[in-house]
Every structure is written in C-alpha cells, then in structure tokens.
Design a protein around this ligand. Structure first.
Ligand SMILES: *Cc1c(COP(=O)(O)O)cnc(C)c1O
Length: 347
C-alpha cells in the first residue's frame, strides 16, 4: 500500500459515523484501491473487561450474526463467552471452532425443522420460542430442548426494532407455557430484545419487570438493581445475555477508497455529502448526510465503529469483493489470553 499523508481529521456525528480522510502522498499508480478493515482484538478484550466489571452477574452469549468473522469468533472463544446462534450454519461454525454445545443458545424463535434436528443431534439444547407452532416443531424434533420464552417488549427507543417481528405478547404467555407443559417440553427461562442500538434505560427496567431477565452495558446499574430485586443471587436463576453490537461495533475500522465523485451542491468548506457504496444498487449507501471536506478520487476514508452488522450482512453483489479483514492485536493481549492456542498463526 502506498504511504499515506494525513491531511484532515474530522469526526462526523451524523449517524455515529466517525471518519478520517487520508490523502495519498503521491498519485496512485498501483492497484491499491480495495477497501479493507482493521479489526482491533484489543478493543473486544477491553469491552469484555468492561462488561465483566459492570454486569458481573450477566454471562455474555455473543450474537454471531452481528459479525461472524473468524478472528472475532476465535477472540470470543478465547474470552470464554457463550454464543447466540440463529441457524444451523452459525451453530456449525461455532462447533467447528471447538465451542462446546452447552455454550450455544439457538436464539431464533422461528427455526426450520431440519435446523432444530441438527441442534438436537449436536447437543445444542438451549433455544428460544414465541409461538405454539414452534413448540409443536420442537416437540417433534428435540424433546430434550431447554426452552427460553422470548417476550415482546417496548423497543421504541432503539435503532432497529425487533418486537414487531419477534416475541410473545404478555396476554399469550400463560397459554404458551401451558402448551409447553402439555407437550412435555421444559421451559427454563425468559428472554427479550429491547431492539438493537437502544439508547435509553427505561425499556430495560420495563422489560426486566415484564420478563425478569436482562442485559446491556450503559444501563448496568438499573439492570443489576432490578435483577437483585426480582431475582436475588440466591434465587437459583442463572442470568445470561446475548450481546452482539456491544462487543464488535468499535473493534472494526473500515478503510474505503474514493473511486468516483459527483458534485451535487457546493457552498462552504465542508460539504453535506452522501457516501455511496460501489454497486449498482441504490440501497448501497454508507451514509445519507455527513459534513466533510471535499474529497478527490484516490483519497481514503477511514470509518470507525463499523464492526456491527457490516461484515455479516455484506455481499459480493455486482462482483465487488467483500472488504478484507486484517485483525491486529498487541503482544500483551496475545500472551495474556494465550491466543497462540486458538489462532492458527500460519493463516
Ligand atoms: C441480533 C440479536 C442480538 C444482538 O443484538 P445487538 O443489538 O447487536 O446486541 C441478541 N439477541 C437476539 C435474539 C438477536 O436477534
């Protein structure tokens, strides 16, 4: 890669986007315009330590769908977290990394029958449900399942709302538990998702009161207090959570090369800009509106906080390759966690 010269450092707050712009110090002649990520494993480690300090009673089960890059999954396994898998392939991926089935929760409430059978034959027992139909499927394919009832909660304060699609309403909880009993299935707990990117604590308090079960970081005081009130440590109830975004969002920085530009309006030194991805699809847009200095073809943009739902939802549509991932880690973390046991260094 050609040497970079930093000309401008900006923090764009629109949509939480933080960008650094790198201008190449000379005109690019080599083919070095492919985007790539730098993935900081230390950032994940640091998040893990913060989680343990702030939510000591809540065991994280990392949500694989948030970022399923092998470097992330291996790091999580080094940190000895559990895993929230949503499909047969995600379960397979974790088992192939040597994760034991008791560390996996199959946390999709609507599962294909064949995926439930796969979970059964591979010893993955913990799984969620929110409907009678799901209970029927599970009773046909995995009678030893340990079920977790997912309930719908108030998710109006979140970036991505999930309770319109998933979760049983309060009114149907009694009926569902009765149905599980009739089918001879064991229900071991309750789960909920306040929505991805939730920015308020009240929905958590509300949801714990409803469900008596929870997690998340910035609101740990409320969470711990409500848990202690409703489920004191001696109640015998084990509390787990399924964080995704929390662990990986800040670990990934995306570097993209400006391959084209189109001037829409120009007034000031900074321009209200749209950043488009390279494909023919009009949804392929990084941000709608951010204020940045003028960019030129060949410039590089570094975009922070790109670890959540980026790698895992990217595609090679139009033949544009997915961005490569370059994991980095300090020697200190490498030795502290004995990572040579887990990462194949020849890769
Ligand atoms: C996606 C998902 C998560 C992770 O959500 P984040 O907002 O990324 O933390 C956890 N649990 C379930 C059931 C999910 O579907």
């Amino acid at each position: 890669m050609a040497p970079f010269l930093v000309l401008a450092v900006i923090a764009v707050l629109a949509g939480g986007l933080h960008a650094l712009i790198f201008k190449p110090s000379r005109l690019q002649t080599e083919d070095n315009e492919e985007p790539f990520y730098v993935a900081s494993l230390d950032s994940i480690f640091e998040r893990h330590l913060r989680w343990r300090t702030n939510l000591p009673r809540v065991t994280p089960f990392y949500a694989v769908k948030c970022n399923n890059d092998a470097s992330v999954l291996r790091m999580m396994s080094a940190l000895d977290t559990g895993f929230d898998c949503a499909s047969k392939v995600e379960i397979q991926q974790m088992l192939s990394l040597g994760v034991t089935p008791d560390k996996i929760i199959y946390a999709h409430t609507t599962k294909p029958l064949s995926h439930i059978k796969y979970a059964c034959t591979h010893g993955v027992d913990m799984m969620t449900f929110d409907s009678e139909e799901e209970l029927l499927k599970i009773s046909l394919s995995h009678t030893k399942a340990k079920l977790v009832l997912r309930i719908a909660v108030d998710d109006s304060a979140s970036k991505i709302r999930l309770s319109s699609k998933f979760g049983a309403r309060q009114e149907s909880v009694g009926k569902l538990l009765g149905c599980a009993g009739e089918l001879g299935l064991e229900v071991i707990g309750v789960s909920f998702h306040v929505g991805s990117g939730c920015t308020e604590s009240l929905p958590f308090q509300q949801a714990i009161t409803d469900a008596r079960r929870v997690f998340d970081m910035g609101f740990s005081e409320v969470i711990n207090r409500t848990l202690d009130e409703l489920f004191p440590p001696d109640s015998g109830v084990q509390v787990i959570a399924e964080p995704g975004r929390y662990y990986v969002e800040s670990a990934f920085t995306l570097a993209v090369n400006v391959i084209a530009k189109r001037v829409v309006e120009s007034r000031e030194q900074r321009y209200r800009s749209v950043i488009w991805g390279p494909t023919c699809c009009s949804y392929d847009k990084v941000t709608n509106s951010c204020w940045i200095p003028e960019l030129h073809v060949g410039d590089w943009l570094l975009i922070d906080n790109m670890g959540a739902y980026s790698v895992s939802s990217s595609s090679d549509f139009n033949g544009f390759e997915r961005a490569h991932i370059y994991p980095v880690v300090t020697a200190e973390t490498w030795h502290t966690l004995n990572l040579s046991d887990i990462y194949d260094i020849r890769q």
